[in-house]
Design a binder for this molecule. Sequence first.
Ligand code: FAD
Length: 300
Amino acid sequence: MSIDKIAIELSNYATVEENVPMSSLTSLRIGGNARYVVYPTTVVSLVEVMNLIKKYNLSFKVFGKGSNILCSDNDYDGVIIKLDRSFNECYFTEEGCIAQAGCSIIAVAYEAMRNGLSGLEFASGIPATVGGVTYMNAGAYKSNMAGVIEEVFVLHDGILEWIPNSKCQFSYRHSVFHLNPNWIIIATKFRLKPKPVHEIEEVIESRKARRIATQPLDKPSAGSTFKNPLEKPAWELIDGIGYRGKRIGGAMVSTKHVNFLINEDKATAEDFMKLVEEIQVKVKEKYNIDLIMEVERFNW
Ligand SMILES: Cc1cc2nc3c(=O)[nH]c(=O)nc-3n(C[C@H](O)[C@H](O)[C@H](O)COP(=O)(O)OP(=O)(O)OC[C@H]3O[C@@H](n4cnc5c(N)ncnc54)[C@H](O)[C@@H]3O)c2cc1C
């Protein structure tokens, strides 16, 4: 594989991989190749990577575990930044923790449990990074990140800043980070509450059993494909149009959880979007409700 000038310069500061299939970076296992994937090791290395991105006018995108991203089938001529190899320290106090953006939120939730700290039980089965769940205001079982985040450490325009929860504009699967795609989340501070470990463990175990019973965890997916409209849960609408098990190419509506569209067999992004759009049209026709994608499309 030939190494080009940009790759050489990036590799002064970070591990660089070239022409990486984005299917290997996302839970849906779909997507063309990314020109560069970089793994900065420290804030300094990240800042220098950003300087090079600016110098060469490259587009970039931070990926967490790629568990909410549908990449197009096209190649991406830019830089994907991954923090999960090095930004994975978590610091606990009696009141909570500061977790770096690359930490697995599942690992942080279990570590919180071991420290007798409650609040992250709802997130103990979300296959994501701390950066990703903060960006998404991820949630489950009527709880969400907005309820436990105290502040977020962000790199923007070469400046490092703690942004308090009140300025994060959290709402349903939305945050200020959607409005500022150039901001990079470095770490998140969680405020948690003391609780006996066995009580936290009970909740985590029951959530786990529920996920295993209700979600197609053996198939590639990006979790819930659509946001739940105010009127009715998305799964009811999809079931209502008779789309449980519906398949287009390799993409399929899960029979176990109808809001999970799965990569049943070598699905392309095109298969996936055809299925999404067909569902949106039929739901609109039958219920006059707009189903909005929760899964983010990238590189279209
Ligand atoms: C089996 C399964 C179950 C799921 N269950 C849930 C659930 O219960 N609740 C829920 O809300 N979601 C769920 N999801 C969806 C997904 O896990 C969440 O949306 C999660 O927040 C995505 O995190 P990630 O680290 O994978 O981020 P990615 O999918 O990689 O990225 C998501 C967005 O965050 C941005 N981003 C990531 N890291 C950073 C950073 N450091 N700085 C700036 N931006 C960043 C990305 O650029 C992108 O725009 C599920 C997914 C799967 C596959």
